[in-house]
Design a binder for this molecule. Structure first.
Ligand code: BG6
Length: 473
């Protein structure tokens, strides 16, 4: 296992909310080597001492934990701080040269525009030589062209098998459970196709707003921020063919086939199958909140998006996959609903066929982890004249784990161990961008409207059946 993590972007939001906390948990649980060390790199002028006290304070504010607690202090004690201008490869090489030849993992929790500069600095310092590894946080680029440029430049410095691209949804335990559910059971595979499945709905609803990330959001919007990565990864796990093994590249090959089979959006299909919105002021969880504040001189962008996607292959031909995500929606909820086709021949009087509820599998990933299968069943007794069927939810949920881990804990551990299975390969990223670009192009040519929706609602009414409500499922 590698014993040094070099964290770039060490003063950033992601680092202070999740990465340092995840590292503290791994140290607490004895999952890292005894001499494990964190090298925090950023531009700000801190010394080791001043950075450590700033980190403790900031973790109290951003990660919601006591920065003075023994668990956090044990992590902080292993952290060194290095000042470097991340735009300057030569300076990075100079500042980090003393680390050589540690077996290290460099984690770039920075905007993608800095990836290549930082990697060049690491390369010059000898810190990308095998067996060192490079972890890249999403987003990888902003479209296919920029993603290709980054992948190409990175692969010229470090071989693909040592590049770990993060999509933190893959580090979530219930997301990994999708693989267990699909491929650890015989029952599902038999009906997991267009013959028996009518549609699939994937919803990622957030109550949080863009808060503090307006600049980034104005550049990206919900389509690039959430659909290109998290939602397409969920779609891949639901739609892919059974892989021959869990070996990283074998699973990624299957995901890639799904991404490449996504039907590109055209101007005509985008008008009928996509919708976007932006939240205005409203009330979320009983609190009044402001609308999305677009920074000056930026073009309007969406904080809600709904897309009806099709996967053009034998298994899924013409089965709609509805994807919807938004900020400042009524509830926080991530779920996948698989809607089965109605019974082909109905023999019951009550309810009538029209009122029967087709089978449905609901996999809720957040905030709670539940799996529910909806059957029709009868509660008939001898005193009743006829069978009366009613929906019967079958709860397949696991008992709540007492130790729910942050997605980054699993991903950091895998990167330090050298297990790439839960990371995204360059060609997957590019295939996802290629489909996303088709939507962006269609929006641009049709000048697609961005409808306002009140914070605390489920999105703009104009989105019609692309709005997904947890209650309605
Ligand atoms: C991030 C996005 O990748 O995922 C954020 O940039 C979003 O905008 C977040 O809020 C959602 O992650 P989670 O784990 O809270 O569902």
């Amino acid at each position: 296992m590698h014993d040094t993590l070099i964290l770039f972007g060490a003063t950033g939001d992601l680092a202070h909310r999740y990465i340092f906390l995840s590292l503290a948990h791994l140290i607490r649980d004895g999952l890292l080597p005894p001499h494990f060390k964190i090298v925090a790199v950023a531009r700000q002028n801190y010394t080791n001492e001043t950075f450590r006290s700033y980190l403790a304070e900031s973790m109290t504010k951003k990660a919601g934990v006591d920065g003075q607690s023994a668990v956090i202090q044990a992590m902080i004690a292993r952290t060194e701080y290095v000042v470097a201008d991340l735009r300057d490869a030569a300076e990075i090489a100079r500042q980090l040269g003393h680390l050589r030849p540690l077996h290290c993992v460099s984690f770039l929790a920075t905007p993608p525009s800095l990836f290549v500069n930082i990697a060049e600095g690491l390369k010059a310092a000898g810190l990308l030589d095998a067996p060192s590894r490079l972890v890249l946080e999403k987003p990888i680029g902003r479209d296919l062209a920029s993603a290709k440029e980054i992948n190409h430049a990175i692969n010229a410095l470090v071989s693909e098998d040592r590049v770990y691209r993060i999509d933190h949804y893959l580090g979530k335990a219930p997301v990994q459970n999708l693989l267990a559910l699909r491929f650890g059971n015989t029952l599902l595979e038999a009906v997991w196709n267009r013959q028996w499945i009518k549609s699939v709905d994937i919803l990622v609803a957030e109550t949080a707003g863009v808060d503090g990330r307006e600049g980034y959001y104005a550049q990206y919007g919900a389509l690039r921020d959430m659909v290109q990565n998290h939602m397409l990864q969920l779609l891949c796990l639901i739609a892919m063919e059974p892989p021959g093994s869990l070996e990283a590249d074998i699973v990624r090959d299957e995901k890639l086939k799904v991404l490449r089979a996504l039907r590109p959006m055209t101007a005509a299909s985008a008008a009928a199958s996509t919708a976007r919105g932006q939240y205005s002021a409203g009330v979320v969880s009983g609190k009044s909140v402001k609308g999305f504040q677009l920074p000056a001189d930026t073009t309007p962008t969406e904080t809600f998006v709904g897309v009806r996607a099709y996967i053009d292959n034998w298994r899924w031909a013409d089965v709609p996959f509805r994807l919807a995500t938004g900020k400042r929606l009524a509830e926080r909820c991530t779920q996948i609903v698989v809607n089965f086709r109605p019974v082909s021949h109905w023999i019951f009087e009550k309810p009538t066929q029209k009122h029967a509820t087709p089978n449905r599998m609901m996999i809720r990933l957040q905030p709670e982890e539940t799996i529910e299968l909806n059957f029709m069943s009868s509660l008939s007794g001898p005193e009743w004249g006829a069978l009366e069927l009613q929906p019967l939810p079958l709860n397949l949920s696991m008992p709540l784990s007492t130790n729910r881990r942050i997605a980054y804990e699993r991903l950091l551990l895998d990167a330090l161990h050298g297990n790439p299975a839960l990371f995204v390969r360059n060609d997957e990223i590019e295939a996802a961008w290629s489909w996303i670009d088709s939507i962006v192009d269609a929006w641009r040519t049709t000048d697609a409207p961005i409808y306002p929706y009140a914070a605390g609602s489920w999105g703009p009414d104009e989105a019609g059946d692309l709005l997904l409500y947890p209650e309605a499922t």
